[in-house]
Design a binder for this molecule. Structure first.
Ligand code: PBG
Length: 316
């Protein structure tokens, strides 16, 4: 076996998995104000950005050849009904409009969820101590339409309510957005690895947790059912999240379903790797490339990663 590993040129020739900046989607957090770049403590190098700063960041992402961005919003105020999520002048809607004006060729995906917009931090309408499914679908549908109206290229529901893809597809079609694809966070686990994101997006649930809607990390067959349902309901692309602890799910989804498949290397994956990098325990560049290569090798077509800019630079 060592014969084919004897030189860089040979290793290059027989390499089975390659990375391309076009495979990366950069997650970004946008907040009200002007000239704001508020660093996120737990995610070194990342910040909440006001729309003007977001535009600068996205222009840079575009110049690095990154495939696209996914937007999360931090609204001015939160309430019981997540009204900031579907307001026509909501923070994400404003950001999308600005991006489509200033960096029109960059692919803009929007995360569709309510947890950043509810006062209690849950992903939907809370009654009787739990998130109510079907009323939440209405919010998600309205949010998706408002994102599409602002110019979003794709909408990505991450709430894990049952039936959301069908509800969103119906609403988009009715509003004339027949060509806006839905990227479903189809298999999203109730993971400890979202911790740093909740600081970044200010979306920590004020009581309880998300285990009545996100998946149990112990379950693999259930992920297949989730994905099948989302495809039946009209998902155009599917996603597995988190990525590295769930490579088996990515592999299985790849083998079973022909749809474009994404994987989300989430905040806790990024932050724990960064902590080791900053301590000098892991080499930065090799960590970035090896983890993303592993996710791709498992079968992901595209990767949402907080390392998108660094990885793109390493590949150029
Ligand atoms: C919204 C949402 C979350 C993430 C993406 N969309 C947080 C959550 O479910 O608690 C996590 C992303 C990350 O950790 O990087 N529901």
């Amino acid at each position: 076996m060592r014969r084919l590993r004897s030189s860089e040129a040979l290793r290059d020739l027989v390499r089975e998995t390659r990375l391309d900046p076009k495979d990366f989607i950069l997650p970004l957090f946008t907040c009200p104000g002007e000239g704001v770049r508020r660093p996120i403590n737990s995610m070194p190098g990342h910040a909440q950005l006001s729309v003007d700063k977001l535009v600068e960041e996205c222009a840079e992402a575009r110049s690095l050849g990154i495939g696209g961005v996914i937007l999360f919003g931090i609204p001015e105020t939160k309430d019981e009904t997540a009204s900031g999520a579907y307001a026509d002048d909501g923070i994400v809607q404003q950001a999308v409009r600005a991006l489509k004006r200033e960096v029109p060729k960059l692919l803009v995906m929007t995360d569709v969820c309510n947890c950043e917009y509810t006062s209690h931090g849950h992903c939907g309408l809370v009654a009787d101590g739990d998130v109510q499914n079907d009323c939440t679908l209405e919010w998600l549908a309205k949010t998706s339409v408002s994102h599409a109206r602002a110019g979003a290229d794709l909408v990505a529901p991450s709430d894990m309510m049952d039936g959301r893809v069908a509800a969103i597809r119906k609403a988009l079609d009715a509003a004339g957005f027949l060509n806006t694809p839905i990227v479903s966070y189809a298999a999203k686990y109730a993971s400890v690895f979202y911790g740093p994101f909740r600081e970044a997006a200010e979306s920590t649930p004020q009581f309880g947790d998300r285990r009545s809607y996100q998946m149990d990390p112990a379950n693999a067959r259930e992920a297949i059912r989730e994905i099948e349902l989302d495809i039946e309901e009209g998902a155009d692309m599917i996603m597995v999240k988190p990525a590295m602890p769930y490579l088996d799910i990515i592999r299985e989804a790849r083998e079973r379903f022909p749809l474009p498949l994404g994987a989300y290397q989430v905040s806790g994956e990024f932050s724990s790797l960064m902590a080791a990098i900053q301590n000098g325990w892991l080499d930065r560049d090799r960590t970035i490339l090896e983890t993303l290569t592993a996710i791709r090798r498992a079968g992901a077509d595209f990767m949402l990663t907080y390392f998108a800019k660094d990885a793109a630079r390493l590949l150029s």
